[in-house]
Design a protein around this ligand. Structure first.
Ligand SMILES: [Zn+2]
Ligand SMILES: [Zn+2]
Ligand SMILES: [Zn+2]
Length: 395
C-alpha cells in the first residue's frame, strides 16, 4: 500500500511520526497550531462552556486548565487506536484490529489503561467543579490571600481589576501569560496547578537575567532581547516565580508595577533597536586601532557632558577617487564604488563615542538594522562618508 506513494516506510511508522509531531505542536501550542485554531480553548468554547476571560477571569482559566487536562489525556488512547488501525488495516499485518489485539495482549492492556486515563481526568475535573469550582487547585492559591474574607471575595477583587482597561497582559510564552493590574500580579499557565497570584504590596521584582536572539520569531528588526523577571513574595507560604518578557515591553511593566524592578546584576535593557546598536557599535570601534591627537580635547558637542573621545580617520580599504591608485580593482570599483567610498575627514575630534554611535544609527535605513554595521554614514560636521572601521578612540 505504502509503495504506491513511493515510500518504503510502513504506514504505521509514518502515522507514529505524524502523531508525535501533532502532539508536540498541540500540547506546546506552536504558532502553526494556534494559528490554525487547533487549541484546547477552541474545543472548550463549544456552547460557550468556558465563558469569557474578560468577564470572569478565574472561572475562565479554571475551566480552561481543567478542560485542557481532559483533552490532553485523550491523546495516548488516540495514538493506540490509530496504531492498531494502521498496523492491521493499512499495513495488513493482521486481518482485523481484534486479531491484532488478541495477538498482543500487552497492547490491549495498554489500550485499556489509556482509555481509563480520560475517564479518570474527567472524574477529577467533575469533582473540582462541584460547588462552583471550589476544589480546583487555583482556589488554594486564592485562599492564601483570603485571611479575613472568603476566596470568592479575592476572586471578585482581582476580576474587577482585570476588567479595567489599563491592566497589562503579557504573553510570556505560548502557554502562559502574566497579568499586572493595579494591585495584583497574576501568572497563569497551561496546567491546573500553574497559577501564581501575588499582591503588589508583598512582592519585590528583580531583573534576574537576559538573553539575546539575533533573529526574532516575532519579526522584530534587529533581533530580540528577553528578560527574566523574578517575582519574590515576602509571604513565605507563597512561592516566588520567574517570567520572561521581551525587552521592548519592559517599560510598560515598569510603569504598571508600584515598586521598582531591582537590577542587581546591572543588566542593560534595550528598549529600542537603536539602543541595542549603540552597544554593538562601541564594541566594534574598541577593536579598531587607537588614534593620537595633539589638539586639546573639548566637551562633546552632542551631549556637552562627556569629553570628545573619538575621531574619524579613514583606515578601511574602501576605494576612493584620487586616492584609489593603490587599491586593487580600482578601475571597476571607481565607477560603482566612488559614491559609496569612505572619504578622509579632517575635522578635529568633537564627539564622544555614545553620540557618534547614536548619530550613526540615526542616519541608517531604519527598516534594515542588520545592515547598519556594514553601512556608511556622513561625518556630522563635514559630511565625508565614513564607516565603522574608520572611527578611532583617542588614547
Ligand atoms: Zn556626546
Ligand atoms: Zn568630518
Ligand atoms: Zn571606511
Amino acid at each position: 500500500m505504502a509503495d504506491r506513494f513511493g515510500v518504503d516506510a510502513p504506514a504505521t511508522i509514518v502515522f507514529s511520526l505524524f502523531y508525535a509531531v501533532f502532539c508536540t505542536g498541540f500540547i506546546y501550542q506552536s504558532k502553526e497550531f494556534s494559528g490554525a485554531g487547533l487549541s484546547p480553548e477552541i474545543f472548550l468554547s463549544y456552547n460557550d462552556w468556558i465563558g469569557s476571560e474578560e468577564l470572569r477571569f478565574f472561572v475562565y482559566h479554571m475551566k480552561r486548565t481543567a478542560g485542557s487536562m481532559v483533552i490532553h489525556s485523550l491523546l495516548p488512547a488516540g495514538y493506540l487506536v490509530g496504531y492498531s488501525y494502521f498496523t492491521s488495516i493499512i499495513d495488513m499485518n493482521h486481518p482485523t484490529m481484534y486479531h491484532f489485539w488478541a495477538h498482543w495482549p500487552v497492547f490491549w492492556n495498554l489500550l485499556m489503561l489509556s482509555v481509563l486515563l480520560p475517564v479518570l481526568a474527567a472524574s477529577i475535573v467533575w469533582f473540582w467543579s462541584l460547588n462552583g469550582w471550589e476544589r480546583h487547585p487555583f482556589v488554594g492559591k486564592l485562599r492564601l490571600y483570603a485571611s479575613n474574607s472568603s476566596w470568592h471575595q479575592v476572586r471578585a477583587d482581582v476580576e474587577t481589576e482585570f476588567r479595567r482597561i489599563d491592566k497589562i497582559s503579557i504573553r510570556t510564552n505560548p502557554l502562559s501569560k502574566v497579568v499586572v493590574t493595579d494591585n495584583w500580579i497574576v501568572m497563569v499557565g497551561a496546567w491546573p496547578w500553574s497559577l501564581q497570584l501575588s499582591h503588589q504590596s508583598d512582592v519585590s521584582l528583580e531583573l534576574a537575567s537576559s538573553e539575546h536572539h539575533r533573529i526574532s520569531t516575532e519579526g522584530e528588526i534587529g533581533g530580540a532581547q528577553f528578560l527574566h523577571i523574578k517575582v519574590v513574595n515576602r509571604k513565605p507560604e507563597i512561592s516566588s516565580f520567574i517570567f520572561r518578557l521581551n525587552s521592548l515591553e519592559y517599560q510598560n511593566l515598569q510603569d504598571k508595577v508600584t515598586g521598582t524592578i531591582a537590577n542587581l546584576a546591572n543588566i542593560q535593557v534595550y528598549k529600542t533597536v537603536s539602543e541595542r546598536f549603540v552597544d554593538v557599535f562601541k564594541e566594534q570601534i574598541r577593536e579598531n586601532p587607537r588614534a593620537r591627537v595633539t589638539d586639546e580635547l573639548e566637551a562633546c558637542i552632542g551631549c556637552m557632558a562627556n569629553t570628545a573621545n573619538v575621531t574619524i580617520q579613514r583606515s578601511c580599504d574602501s576605494s576612493q577617487e584620487g586616492g584609489a591608485g593603490a587599491v586593487d580593482g580600482g578601475a571597476d570599483a571607481a565607477a560603482g564604488g566612488a559614491e559609496d567610498a569612505c572619504v578622509s575627514c579632517y575635522c578635529r575630534p568633537m564627539w564622544c563615542m555614545d553620540c557618534m554611535a547614536k548619530w550613526f544609527a540615526s542616519r541608517q535605513d531604519q527598516s534594515n538594522p542588520e545592515n547598519w554595521l556594514g553601512s556608511k554614514c556622513p561625518c556630522p560636521t563635514c559630511r565625508s562618508k565614513f564607516c565603522v572601521m574608520d572611527v578611532r578612540i583617542i588614547e
